[in-house]
Design a protein around this ligand. Structure first.
Ligand code: NAG
Length: 403
């Protein structure tokens, strides 16, 4: 290569905006379009697939009687911002045989903690039904899938799951509930490292600086802080097909208005059922881009979707059933900002089904070209949301038949 061309390359490198190089950041319009394309394909196949539901994630794998033999195919079924999360794909299967958690620094082989701290990719499954009451947060290493299919697995009654600066995590088919705070303890996070952890929030799933994360078909309820919180530079996340109930602060996405790195946070929330006994934050957003598509909201006590610090919220094809209380019909909640501030935020509702007086307060310049494009994708109105979310939460899968 000539001196000149090297110089040219250096210039191109310097002049190219940094987002090209920080791989998790995606073009939101393209990702949203891809989501709609996959929903469209699934709907078109409804007549042909006897097991089709119109839910593109489920239709990708649930028709397979042999799901047990082909577990890792799940890793190719995500959609949205977290679609590249491969979890433990191409890794060994690790079978959890021991529900215990006696030692967070030297976990016993066969325990869930021993599985999640390993360095190599692992696809983690469960020998039998079990309730795992952790002594400390389960601090995960990268490239892991926790796959609860085929067993009834509960992580409950102690601290729960923490993803701390890790990538490529899939959590599927687990019941996560009654999570407590942990901490003031040493916890191992890899075979060659452990460290001191202060008191934790007590979330169901806590994502801190995590990238390429997919939480699918979990049932979550009644935790100390959030059910799923993603903060501190987390991005490339999909939260799908979960069933959430009995909880106050459901999902916090971004922890502080002043933490502007969360501008890069991109989250897809699809096909979830937000059910009985939920109060607020489904989700509560800061800074980033949030695509909320085809979810069923059947219960909220304060509001469904809120935020501060100018997040972009793209709500499409959801079903919002407002509570009877006339003061709680509003889906949205704009926090902190004065009215003149939030008018410029981009909060959009398209094809949402508003029931029992529910209403969504939109904001932003409707003519913004990116939104004009997103609009024309036309999330088909939410008449299929019921059938797409009816099996949200952890599934009862048996070997040899469809899940
Ligand atoms: C999805 O289908 C709708 C309705 O037929 C159509 O308007 C839209 O363009 C399709 N979107 C994509 C991305 O294929």
């Amino acid at each position: 290569m000539s001196y000149l061309s090297i110089l040219l390359l250096v210039f191109i490198y310097i002049l190219t905006p940094t987002f090209v190089f920080s791989s998790p950041l995606q073009d939101p319009d393209l990702v949203v379009q891809e989501v709609h394309r996959s929903i469209n394909v699934s709907r078109r196949n409804l007549g042909y697939l006897s097991c089709g539901t119109g839910n593109p994630i489920d239709d990708c794998w649930r028709c397979d009687h042999n799901w047990e033999k082909n577990r890792q195919r799940l890793a190719d079924c995500a959609i949205g911002f977290g679609k590249n999360a491969i979890g433990g794909r191409n890794g060994h299967i690790y079978v959890v045989t021991d529900s215990g958690d006696d030692d967070a620094v030297n976990p016993k082989p066969g325990t869930l903690r021993h599985a999640v701290i390993q360095d190599e990719p692992l696809w983690i499954i469960f020998k039998r039904d079990m309730v795992i009451k952790l002594k400390q947060e389960l601090v995960m290493n990268s490239f892991k899938t926790i796959d609860g299919r085929g067993a009834s697995v509960h992580i409950a009654g102690g601290p729960c799951i923490t993803i701390h600066y890790a990538t490529n995590i899939i959590i599927h088919g687990i019941n996560i509930h009654d999570c407590k705070q942990g901490g003031n303890a040493d916890i191992r996070d890899s075979p060659h490292h452990y460290g001191w952890w202060t008191v934790s929030d007590g979330d169901g799933v806590s994502i801190f600086g995590g990238k390429h994360i997919w939480v699918d078909h979990c049932s979550l309820s009644n935790c100390h802080d959030g059910l799923i919180d993603a903060i501190h530079g987390s991005t490339a996340i999909t939260i799908s097909n979960n069933y959430m109930t009995h909880h106050d602060k459901v999902m916090l996405l971004g922890h502080s208005d002043s933490y502007t790195q969360d501008k890069d946070m991109q989250v897809t929330i699809a096909f979830n059922h937000f059910g009985e006994g939920l109060v607020q934050r489904m989700p509560r957003c800061r800074h980033g881009y949030f695509h909320v598509v085809n979810n069923d909201y059947t219960h909220w006590e304060m509001y469904a979707i809120g935020g501060s610090a100018a997040p972009t919220i793209n709500s499409q094809g959801n079903r919002f059933l407002a509570p009877d209380d006339r003061s709680k019909k509003e889906v949205t909640k704009y926090e902190i900002a004065s009215e003149s501030e939030w008018r410029h935020w981009n909060w959009r509702s398209e094809g949402d089904l508003m029931l029992n007086g529910a209403y969504f307060r939109q904001s932003g310049a409707g003519a913004s070209s990116s939104y004009a494009r997103a609009y024309s994708l036309s999330a088909r109105p939410s008449n299929l949301v019921g059938s797409m979310t009816v099996t949200a939460g952890s599934l009862n899968c048996r070997k040899g038949s469809r899940c």
